[in-house]
Design a protein around this ligand. Structure first.
Ligand code: ASP
Ligand code: MG
Length: 411
């Protein structure tokens, strides 16, 4: 008998029909003898609707009140799903985050889970109930309602699975698994049966939006086996989805598992700065103080040896602000010039197989060169190679790499 935590997102519970389909699926699992905890999101569009209501009153609503408001979305779903389960003859009990002691810090609207006391949930499971828990919410030390940030129910589910020592945490989404790349960019993208946790973490941080990155981090930390599955529609099809595993042999054979791309990039360059100790700190210090995250960094070697050029990338939303800060820095360092470009994207190859295979980078660069795509920046880690290119090449670049590494062929 297994203990399974299942998470159903907003689309999966987007209508009464869909909620009934979820209930039917949950009942099937339970009838197989599994103990099931279900974590749900608000019905599709509901959280956005609540945000809009608040914004109609105040541009920046009180974060505490915002959490009281936003948490109601999930509360509706837990009750409706429990009713749907009862209607199918399946005993069920719903709980808000606070009721099952999902204890968080007090950072309203972006709280972090600290601890979950699973005693109450376990008692209900022992009594034969399906337990339905509201995702995305918790309660702080003072008893105030908190929420975990948009998309936070993935994290709720993983945390619940960790706290209960579940055998698997299943995330039901509107895609049927994790793909080699975004199928909207490359229609030949293939669903992966397995991906390692490390690869999933890279894919999520590089812009593949199947899972919330915090949920993946949480799963890694507590070694919770995760599976991404297609959400039940009206007919009862049942794919096996993608298992995110901790075993290296999971990807035996495939050197590259996937290609991630990210449009939210911008690069900034400061030219002709003195080539001296402390300069990198003088450039990036003020950027960090402004809470702007820096991703890639390149310092060039220049011919004259007295000065150098320094380039880094930031999120596109931070571009204007980073440019202003860099202008100030340029004046104080007597740099020659500041340049920037917010029409760039990052394309990354990800695969644990890279560790034991040489020549991946050169194959990647050859594939891009063949399409006439200029590489502006390169960065590598043990299991990833990223390049920055002009945004007009995003689709072409992804497709060229998908073809070069033959990712459309099965594993
Ligand atoms: N309902 C919340 C949101 O829309 C949390 C979630 O769906 O994961 O962001
Ligand atoms: Mg969601």
């Amino acid at each position: 008998m297994s203990l399974i935590v299942q998470k159903y997102g907003g689309t999966s519970v987007g209508s009464i029909e869909r909620i009934k389909a979820v209930a039917a699926r949950v009942r099937t699992w339970r009838e197989r003898g599994d103990r099931v905890v279900v974590v749900v999101s608000a019905m599709l569009g509901e959280t956005d609707r609540l945000v809009a209501l608040a914004k109609a009153i105040q541009a920046r609503p009180n974060p505490r009140e915002m959490d009281v408001l936003l948490s109601t979305g999930e509360q509706v779903t837990i009750a409706l799903l429990s009713m749907a389960l009862e209607d199918l003859g399946c005993p069920a009990k719903s709980y808000t985050g606070g009721q099952v002691h999902i204890r968080t810090d007090s950072a309203h609207n972006k709280a972090r889970i600290r601890k979950i006391d699973g005693a109450r949930v376990k008692a209900d499971l022992d009594a034969g109930c399906v337990v339905v828990v509201a995702g995305f919410q918790g309660v702080d030390e003072a008893g105030d309602i908190t929420t975990l940030g948009r998309g936070g129910s993935d994290t709720s589910a993983v945390a619940m699975a960790a706290a209960l020592g579940a055998d698997e945490c299943q995330i039901y989404t509107d895609v049927d698994g994790v793909y080699t790349t975004d199928p909207r960019i490359e229609p030949r993208a293939r669903k992966l049966n397995r991906i390692t946790f490390e690869e999933m973490l890279e894919m999520a941080s590089l812009g593949s939006k199947v899972l919330q990155i915090r949920a993946v981090e949480f799963a890694g930390k507590y070694r919770v086996p995760l599976r991404v599955l297609p959400s039940p529609k009206f007919e009862d099809e049942d794919g096996e989805g993608t298992l995110i595993s901790f075993e290296e042999e999971a990807v035996e054979g495939a050197v590259i598992s996937g290609i991630a791309s990210n449009r939210d990039e911008a690069k900034l360059t400061i030219l002709g700065v003195p080539d001296q100790p402390g300069v990198a700190h003088k450039i990036l210090g003020p950027i960090a103080e402004a809470n702007i995250e820096v991703d890639m960094i390149i310092q060039n070697v220049t011919a004259d040896e007295a000065t150098t050029d320094f380039t880094f990338t930031v999120h596109r939303n931070d571009y204007e602000r980073a440019l202003e800060i860099l202008d100030t820095t340029a004046r104080s360092l007597a740099a020659r010039e500041v340049a920037g470009d917010d029409r760039i994207v990052k394309i990354s190859l990800v695969g644990v197989g890279m560790r034991s295979h040489a020549g991946i980078a050169s194959k990647m660069f050859a594939a891009l060169a063949k399409e006439g795509i200029n590489i502006q920046m390169i960065s590598t880690s043990e299991i990833k190679i990223s390049v920055v290119v002009d945004e007009k090449y995003l689709e072409l670049g992804v497709r060229a790499l998908h073809q070069a590494f033959e990712l459309h062929h099965g594993d």
